[in-house]
Each structure stands twice: as C-alpha cells, then as structure tokens.
Write a protein that binds this ligand. Structure first.
Ligand code: SF4
Ligand code: SF4
Length: 359
C-alpha cells in the first residue's frame, strides 16, 4: 500500500517550492476548514475544550461560518488553486447545516475534500456525497465497546452501535471511491482495548486505523508521564495488530510515539515555519490561524475574514508579516504536527546551491 502520511508530499509541488524560494507567497496547498464549533459529543480529552491546551483560548462553541461566507470561501479556494480542504473541528463538521453545499461547491471547483468526523451523522446525503466525492474520511472512535465509548464521549449508550452502523454502511456505499479510516486516540481509559479496537475496525470494513496518544499538556514531560504506564503495552498491541490484521486492504498506522522522541520534541532550534505557507486554518470564528496546533490561540492568529474575503486576507501585507514573524524556537514550544515537514523543507531550502550537483 502506498503511504497515506509522508513528510515529503510537499516536494511534489515544484511551483510552490520555487515561489517559496523566491520569497513569493502563493495560495496554500491545503486548508483545514472548521465550519462550526458546535459538537454533538462531549469527549473528555477534547483538545478544544481543555484549558490545559492552547486550543481553547479563543474557542467559543457558538461560532459557525455563515452560509454566504462559506460559499465565498469555497469560491476563493477553488479560484486561488488551493488543492485540498480538510473539514475538521472546532466542532463536528457534519453538524454544520451547509456541509453538503460546501462539499459540492469545493469539489465542483476542483478542490479535493476530506473530513475528520465523529461519525454520528455520517449517513444519508452527506455520507453518499463524501463516499463518491471525498478523497478520505477519518472517524474518531476511541473505544472498542459501548460503555467506554459512552463514558469518554459523554453520549448515550446507543451511540456506539449507531456510529459502528454508519461506518459499516459507509464502507458498503455503491460507487465509493473515498478511503475511510478510524482514529484511535489512546487515553488512560481505553489503552487496554487497542488490539480489540483494531480487530473491530477491520471487521467494520475500514481501510486503516491511525493510532496516536492523547496530548494532555503543552509540556512534554507531562505527556510522557501520562503515557508511561501504558506505553509498552500499547506498542505491543499495535505490533500484534499489525502482524495479525495488516493486508487485504487494511493497514495499522502507528503514530503512537513518546513525546520526547524526534517526532514529538517540543524544543525547536529553527527560527522560521515554511510549512505555514503550505497549509493554513480557516476557523469557525472567521479567523485564520497558522496551523492546527495554534488554532483558536492568539499566538496563531494570522488575520480575520469577517470583513474581507480569504483571498484578500491571504494576500495582505499584514498576513505576510505575521507568517514571516513565526519563530518556532520561541513561539512553538508545544506539540507541532508539521515538525517533520518543516525539518524537510528547511533542509531543502538550506542546501548550498554550489554543492547541489554532488547529490
Ligand atoms: S467529537 Fe471531536 S470536537 Fe467533538 S467533543 Fe469529541 S474531540 Fe471534541
Ligand atoms: S512551527 Fe508548527 S506549531 Fe509553529 S506555526 Fe509552524 S506548524 Fe504551527
């Protein structure tokens, strides 16, 4: 199976790389779009509702992108040549009342679409549309039984079966071209269920499970302390799951790392964030943020699209200055999903032109 995740995807976009090297800000390749902050679940580990994490600072649950603004955003993104949009939270994207229209307009304009969802509303017209037009959908489930699921998500006892039913039905939609995977965020409550979860996922018919650890703090030692009691056991369950289940179109993607390993190190020596020119966040509060790790935080705020379009905001001098001012060694001493991508880009741009031929 070819890799769904890779830090090297950006190197397929030669015009973008050339523009970055020349100091020109062109459209981002990928936008994470948060249509609403409302959610139909109340997960006890939700990063947007935890005051211990940065992501709740500017979060207001009532924020939602108005329909007209969403249609303007969709027209801008396709007009500017943005390649892909991932619908995500803030809240639950399928709670957003104009989600079908937004997906239709983006895909008609040539933008590839994906979604992170809790799966509770993955049914009906939205599911049919995603199955045929989206590139991927990933459902966060985080439990292999109804009791653990209901307790960690603050939902009723029947929700687990409903979501499992939605996923199984989605897998069987006629003409489905969309990849569907599950997200398993390992917590102190569900860490003994990892192998059961992987077996359940394959039974439901999904193509992959991504396993990662809950981030409970901006401090690496607090995350390390949190996962230490179950780290070895989870790694062993992932290895068993890979050995037993991988193949026949099913894959276990292991993103479960120690927070002090290279992938998750919070200390950074580099002083710019080139990846912020490649991916940006449009949030339900009509603000633009540098990345998903700084969404809804004052430190990640790039500008507002309340009184201007996304196209105008992205080409403004103020936004350019903010992008140029990001200094990860000072401003980003917390979890950063783009760590590997930034390191690869900085290595690429830092290569001495006189020595390139000596490959
Ligand atoms: S489904 Fe997502 S957005 Fe909603 S409470 Fe859970 S983690 Fe938060
Ligand atoms: S370095 Fe990471 S956390 Fe900081 S702005 Fe860039 S992508 Fe976001």
């Amino acid at each position: 199976m070819s890799q769904v995740y890779s830090n090297a995807k950006i190197f397929h976009f030669h015009q973008k790389l050339s523009a970055m090297q020349a100091g020109r800000l062109t459209a981002p390749l990928h936008v994470r779009l948060k249509p609403t902050n409302r959610c139909n679940h109340r997960c006890n580990y939700c990063c947007y509702r935890s005051e211990a994490l940065l992501l709740s600072e500017l979060m207001r649950v009532q924020d939602e992108i108005p329909r007209d603004k969403m249609l303007e955003i969709a027209a801008d993104l396709s007009g500017m040549g943005v390649r892909a949009v991932t619908f995500t939270g803030g809240g639950e994207p399928l709670v957003y009342p104009h989600i079908v229209e937004a997906i239709e307009q983006l895909t008609a304009g040539g933008v590839k679409v994906a979604m992170l969802t809790n799966g509770a509303l993955l049914a009906g017209k939205a599911a049919d549309l995603l199955a045929r037009r989206a590139v991927w959908v990933r459902v966060s489930m985080d439990a292999a039984d109804a009791g653990t699921y209901a307790a960690s998500r603050g939902v009723g006892a029947g929700e687990f079966d409903r979501v499992c039913g939605n996923i199984a039905d989605f897998c069987r939609i006629d003409g489905r071209t969309c990849t569907i995977g599950l997200n398993l965020i390992v917590t102190s409550e569900n860490n003994r269920q990892v192998l059961d979860f992987l077996r359940m996922a394959k039974g439901l018919g999904v193509e992959h499970v991504k396993v990662s650890c809950a981030v409970i703090s901006t401090q690496p030692h607090e995350n390390a302390h949190y996962q230490e009691p179950f780290f070895e056991s989870v790694k062993a369950q992932i290895a068993l799951g890979q050995a037993e289940l991988a193949g026949d179109g099913f894959e276990v993607i292991d993103k479960f790392h120690r927070p002090d390993s290279r992938q998750e190190s919070f200390a950074r020596s580099y002083t710019s964030c080139p990846f912020a020119q490649c991916l940006t966040v449009i949030a339900a509060d009509l603000n633009l943020y540098t990345c998903q790790d700084k969404a809804y935080s004052a430190a990640g705020l790039l500008g507002s699209i309340r009184d201007q379009s996304f196209r105008q905001a992205w080409s403004s001098e103020g936004l350019r200055r903010k992008l140029a001012a990001i200094n990860p060694s000072v401003h980003c001493r917390h979890h950063c999903v783009a760590e590997g991508k930034n390191l690869a880009l900085l290595d690429y741009f830092g290569a001495d032109p006189e020595h390139l031929d000596f490959v």
